[in-house]
Design a protein around this ligand. Structure first.
Ligand code: ARG
Length: 584
């Protein structure tokens, strides 16, 4: 599929060749120089020729004029040289017709760069820590991660979504101790992960109290001690040595937690291909530690085994603690080796908060030093922090906002608004879920992922801001136009105006945006694109009569353009984990 920008670049590459000689500038290079001018008077596409003057050793003015002279193409009605720019005007009728026929031909594949055929991508995302709250900090990894999966699937990659559950570690020693002391089976069966978190919070507080008491009134430097912390370590050691009672409790805690997470995943339409968590890699680490040792990469530092990364300006990567126990990087290395063996990935993507950047940079480097030839296929995708404004959301676990509470709040607020229009309670709930959850996701994904976000629920839910509800509403509007029109429509030779042309342009840039979102691991490019496309459609909707248009040929073209827009809105919404209800 050739977007208009690509066509233009190819046309120009030929012009450069015949005017200035071959091998100077390729179509790809020219493609990256072409701009969409901010104002229509400057044309629909423009080549800033100063970018070429170095290579072509001519002034921008001369370049623009010489290139303009020989351009003839049915796609462009004009190519004008103006102050060192070469401005193109697109031929509206043939352009709209071509864009619409591209969408018709490719359907839900329209926009796919088709770069992933035969390639496999493994995506590690969401990955909450069992018995710790699944909180708003996990929103980023969950929705950025899933959106990246959908984008890669769209590009034709085989994708494996992995939920690398934090299902191992000393927190289980604490949890088991707390459960044995204060736990109530029925309460956990009914209250789920919230009860586990309560137990976890309770024992952490109790340990802190014991530690504080142990040094109160004692000289400074007295080591802290806590019998509960000792007990927790002992319970974890038992778990590590496969004590049956503790293993059963651990399994139960993991199941209870997963059940809860599934509710949130279901709301978001997320399914994972693998839930192999940290515990799975316990027996896969010794081989990697051995390899590190044999390669002479391990150093002993204050009793701990480390890899020195000084040469790369990073602190040491901890592989084994003094007591020989393994660490977070050790497990990640073993997991990457396992995943390469199992899936033969072409790319492994990890989505976590930016707080973990160093961790990933370190163990990626260690994998390189271990001479695994796939080291350069590892990609860390970090994101910024989230805070909440006017934190009126109910929390049952202290001062963190749980993800499910955030979604519940959004859903019930939307339900209040839509109840009047949807008296059927089941239907109302269904719409409220799609719109409420979508609003949160859209709001989150409209910012560049590295930006720190302050979440304001009112803003996210507004129907007339640049929001998810606004885009979903636009989609529903397109659907209802098509329903009224009785479907169909085809581009005819009826002359089209500015709104149609602008809308077709918005539809035509979708493939470029998808490619950019993939290249930059940035779903927000698709989110912002949805706003652009919605604005163009709404303008068209307000300025042109579509289904009710009296001119049969014009009506047919407009309906066809509406159908193309409906398709692209739907595809793009899907790519950012949003649903597209036909009615709201
Ligand atoms: N469970 C970790 C956390 O919540 C995230 C895991 C990210 N994935 C990884 N392979 N390290 O912080």
């Amino acid at each position: 599929m050739l977007t208009i920008k690509k066509k233009c670049a190819e046309l120009l590459a030929k012009r450069v060749e015949s005017e200035f000689g071959s091998g100077l500038l390729g179509a790809d290079e020219i493609f990256s120089m072409l701009e969409y001018p901010p104002e229509r008077e400057m044309g629909d596409l423009a080549l800033p020729c100063f970018k070429l003057s170095r290579t072509l050793r001519r002034s921008p003015i001369e370049i623009a004029e010489r290139l303009a002279a020989g351009i003839s193409s049915p796609d462009f009605s004009e190519a004008e040289a103006k102050s060192g720019y070469l401005n193109f005007r697109i031929n509206p009728t043939s352009f709209v017709s071509r864009v619409v026929s591209d969408v018709e031909r490719l359907g839900d594949k329209y926009g796919s760069p088709m770069t992933g055929q035969g390639k496999t991508v493994v995506l590690d995302y969401s990955s909450p820590n069992v018995a710790k709250p699944f909180h708003i900090g996990h929103l980023g990894t969950t929705v950025i991660g899933h959106s990246l999966k959908l984008l890669h699937e769209f590009a034709g990659y085989k994708c494996i979504g992995i939920n690398y559950l934090g299902d191992w570690g000393t927190q289980f020693g604490k949890l088991i101790t707390a459960y044995k002391l204060w736990g109530d089976k029925r309460q956990i069966e009914e209250g789920g992960v919230d009860e586990l978190v309560k137990l976890y919070v309770k024992i952490n507080n109790a340990i802190k109290d014991e530690e504080d008491a142990s040094v109160a009134g004692k000289p400074e430097g007295t080591p802290k001690s806590s019998p509960l912390a000792d007990a927790s370590r002992a319970e974890f050691a038992k778990l590590e040595h496969s004590d049956e009672e503790n293993l059963a409790l651990w399994r139960w805690f993991v199941d209870v937690s997963l059940e809860e997470y599934q509710k949130t995943y279901k709301l978001l339409g997320i399914e994972f291909d693998s839930y192999l968590g940290e515990s799975f890699y316990t027996d896969k680490m010794p081989a990697e530690v051995e390899k590190l040792r044999n390669m002479g990469l391990l150093e002993i530092d204050d009793g701990a085994s480390i890899v020195n990364l000084e040469k790369w300006n990073m602190p040491v990567c901890l592989i084994l603690k003094r007591d020989g126990s393994t660490l977070y990087p050790t497990r990640d290395i073993a997991a990457a080796v396992y995943r390469q063996k199992t899936y033969g990935f072409d790319k492994a993507i990890y989505v976590t908060s930016a707080a973990q950047c160093l961790h990933f940079a370190q163990w990626f480097k260690v994998v390189e030093l271990m001479k695994y030839d796939w080291y350069d296929r590892l990609v860390h995708v970090p994101y910024g922090t989230v805070s909440i404004n006017g934190a009126k959301l109910a929390t049952r676990t202290g001062n963190v906002i749980l993800l499910k509470d955030l979604f519940d709040e959004a859903i019930s607020r939307v339900a209040e608004i839509t109840r009047e229009k949807n008296p059927d309670p089941e239907r109302c709930r269904e719409i409220a879920e799609k719109v409420g959850v979508g609003a949160v996701v859209f709001y989150y994904l409209s910012n560049n992922r590295m930006r720190d976000i302050n979440f304001v629920m009112e803003e996210a839910l507004s129907f007339d801001g640049n929001t998810g509800p606004y885009v979903q509403y636009t989609y529903a509007r397109a659907c209802s136009v098509l329903e009224r029109a009785g479907g169909g429509g085809a581009i005819t030779d009826a002359p089209l105006g500015e709104p149609e042309f602008e809308l077709a342009k918005a539809v035509s840039v979708f493939p470029e945006r998808v490619a950019a979102a993939l290249a930059e691991y940035e779903p927000s490019i698709v989110t912002r694109y949805l706003l652009e496309l919605s604005a163009a459609f709404n303008r068209f909707y307000h300025e042109c009569s579509i289904a009710a248009c009296a001119d049969e040929r014009l009506r047919s073209s407009r309906v066809a353009l509406t159908a193309a827009t409906e398709q692209v809105l739907k595809t793009a919404l899907h790519l950012i984990c949003m649903q597209s209800p036909k009615k709201i």
